[in-house]
Design a binder for this molecule. Structure first.
Ligand SMILES: [Fe+2]
Ligand SMILES: [Fe+2]
Length: 147
């Protein structure tokens, strides 16, 4: 049984953003399974590298999309991304310094990220995308009436 289940309420764009978030859910579950089998410390080093790499690319795409849409809360959202990356990098440093609690700390950090950042802040972006789509649709209808 997976530790963290993807929920439909987490859907943002039914596309690339969701795929990235789903990948992160898989990584959380990989970490959890490894920890349950006593291999948490063994896998956390390379998992952290993967998560940092995937997260940097994910937030770049998410921010590009927000810029393209003229998302009004971009600056605030970016701060959340920066804090998460800084937390991940700090865990990487602690891992290389020999800390043995990194797997547990990464697990907490990711759980917060999924439930607080994705379920609240990214979800706001989803609502904004929907609003934009409706406006675009209304505009297209108005134009059609005009002709
Ligand atoms: Fe995201
Ligand atoms: Fe985000």
């Amino acid at each position: 049984m997976a530790y963290f289940q993807w929920g439909n309420d987490m859907a943002i764009d039914n596309g690339p953003i969701d795929q990235d978030h789903q990948l992160l859910v898989e990584q959380v579950n990989t970490l959890h399974t490894a920890t349950a089998e006593g291999r948490g410390h063994e896998v956390v080093g390379s998992l952290l590298e993967d998560i940092i790499r995937d997260t940097l690319s994910h937030i770049r795409h998410e921010e590009q999309q927000m810029e393209a849409l003229g998302y009004p809360r971009l600056a605030e959202h970016k701060k959340g991304h920066e804090r998460f990356v800084a937390d991940l990098q700090q865990l990487r440093q602690r891992y290389h310094a020999g800390a043995i609690t990194v797997a547990a700390q990464l697990s907490w950090l990711l759980r917060d990220w999924l439930s607080i950042h994705i379920r609240r802040l990214d979800k706001e972006l989803a609502r904004f995308i929907l609003k934009k789509q409706r406006q675009g649709h209304a505009k297209a209808l108005a134009l059609a009436h005009h002709h």
